[in-house]
Write a protein that binds this ligand. Structure first.
Ligand code: EPZ
Length: 429
């Protein structure tokens, strides 16, 4: 397993190009299962999770053609996906267990073929993460669903029927699964208490380009009028707001100055507000699609955040903010309200000198003057990147183990940071 070595203490200066959003790309790719025509997605990030999903789609019958059309050979890639025929409606355990987002094939397979057999994803490092809302939503569209030998077995032999889906709790993935399935259902579906994350609106925009009839995207109530078939389309994946926020925090934690390009500041209001409260200087330019982040006037200030569904402060930016707050002046309370177990970075940050006490869903972070490098590891993507941020600010050497977590969600992380002056390198296994 590769490791990342960081010698901390250099303020970062430069510009970083942001890629397409992983969490938009994954549902968008599964939408190919809804049509026999070609779906072309541009601004595709080059990530392990994308490769895992391509593999799964191929075994369902999707033909994949990747084009490297970015100006630097890496970014701005496109993928053309065409699924003339579904050759298998089973998503096997071996693929689903690698990535929970695989469960997003359930709605499209069921809508197109009238049946699907998708492995239950199983446990996860950040919480139990059940899929009951996906199942109940599809049942509201007339599906019969059983759990059999660890698989979700779903049947709708006469097709799905439009219905009322009222989620008791907001779920990004369940909203996406039902949104896709409802496009091919007979009649009108109303999704209440829908997730409002920008990645869902991006998926909806692509589905509309494919011929779907959807209203209310970005609101709590989405209405879908089913159509008999969807056609091909071309769609550019929206920028990754979590990658953007992570590099914004790299500038802040090192006392640097970074221009983030090819992004959309409007997607990060809660994150940028928290950073401003902590003393960062942030200049957004929506027209140029850039954000400039500087922290050169003194230390960061302790700032409280609580994770919430969009447009609240994102859970996927919680670990990074905790790294930032660990060197702030004063204390901050960081509350995680989305996942039960998303504080695995706390003991690792503590090994670098951070002073953090967890009380239930809240972590009290008492800022310390500086962190010191250490060998660390984490068990999920955002926790891992928070350790990279801490390493960039720490005195001395930090080795981050289990880099494969980072490769799931950050494209060429060490190259992007090194281009801004970070002393960071990958140590191959
Ligand atoms: C998406 O996960 C993201 N993943 C996650 O990104 C993100 O942290 C999460 O949304 C919240 O924003 C993708 O988009 C691929 P949820 P998802 O369903 O859809 C509970 C990252 O680092 N729940 O909105 O799985 C669940 O346990 C990641 O990129 C149920 O109880 O999240 C959680 O507590 C990790 N039953 C809450 O809802 C269900 O059927 C929100 O989960 C579904 C969810």
């Amino acid at each position: 397993m590769d490791r990342i070595k960081i010698i901390g203490g250099s303020p970062l200066h430069g510009r970083i190009r942001i890629g397409g959003a992983k969490n938009a790309a994954l549902p968008l790719m599964t939408a190919t299962l809804l049509t026999d025509e070609t779906l072309t997605l541009s601004n595709l990030p080059h990530l392990q999770d994308i490769a895992t999903l391509l593999h799964l789609l191929q075994q369902h019958g999707t033909e994949v053609s990747l084009q490297n059309n970015g100006d630097d050979g890496h970014e701005g890639r496109s993928v053309s996906l065409r699924t003339p025929r579904i050759v298998s409606t089973t998503a096997p355990y071996d693929l689903v267990r690698k990535m929970r987002a695989s469960v997003l094939v359930l709605g499209p397979l069921l809508a197109r073929e009238g049946h699907a057999r998708v492995s239950l994803p199983g446990g996860c490092a950040i919480g139990p993460r059940p899929v009951n809302l996906h199942i109940e939503g599809l049942e509201a569209l007339g599906a019969r669903i059983e759990i059999d030998n660890g698989y979700i077995v779903a049947e709708a032999p006469n097709g799905l029927k439009g219905g009322e889906v009222h989620f008791p709790q907001v779920s990004v993935g369940a909203t996406e699964n039902i949104l896709m399935a409802a496009c091919l259902a007979d009649g009108t579906t109303v999704i209440r208490n829908a997730a409002r994350e920008p990645e869902i609106s991006d998926l909806g925009a692509c589905l509309i380009a494919m011929g779907a009839r959807i209203e209310g995207l970005g609101s709590e109530t989405i209405t879908v009028t089913g159509v008999s078939r969807l056609h091909g389309a071309a769609h550019a994946i929206l920028p990754d707001r979590i990658e953007t926020g992570t590099y914004a925090m790299a500038a802040a934690i090192t006392g640097g100055d970074i221009l983030l390009t090819h992004t959309d500041p409007g997607l990060l209001t809660a994150t940028l507000d928290a950073m401003r409260s902590a003393g960062c200087e942030i200049a957004e330019n929506a027209q140029e699609r850039t954000i400039r982040v500087r922290r050169q006037n003194g230390p960061l200030q302790g700032t409280d955040v609580m994770t919430q569904v969009y447009p609240g402060y994102p859970t996927d930016m919680q670990a990074q903010f905790m790294a930032l707050m660990s060197i702030a002046e004063g204390a901050s309370m960081i509350t995680e309200s989305i996942f039960e177990n998303r504080f695995m970075h706390v003991p690792e940050l503590a090994r670098m000198g951070a002073n953090i006490t967890v009380h239930g869903a809240s972590a009290l972070v008492r800022g310390v003057g500086s962190l010191t490098g250490a060998p660390v590891m984490a068990t999920d993507l955002r926790a891992s990147v928070s350790l990279v941020l801490a390493g960039l600010a720490a005195e001395g050497e930090t080795i981050v183990n289990r880099v494969y977590h980072l490769d799931r969600g950050y494209e060429r992380l060490e190259e992007k940071l090194a281009a801004c002056g970070a002393r960071i390198s990958r140590l191959p296994d």
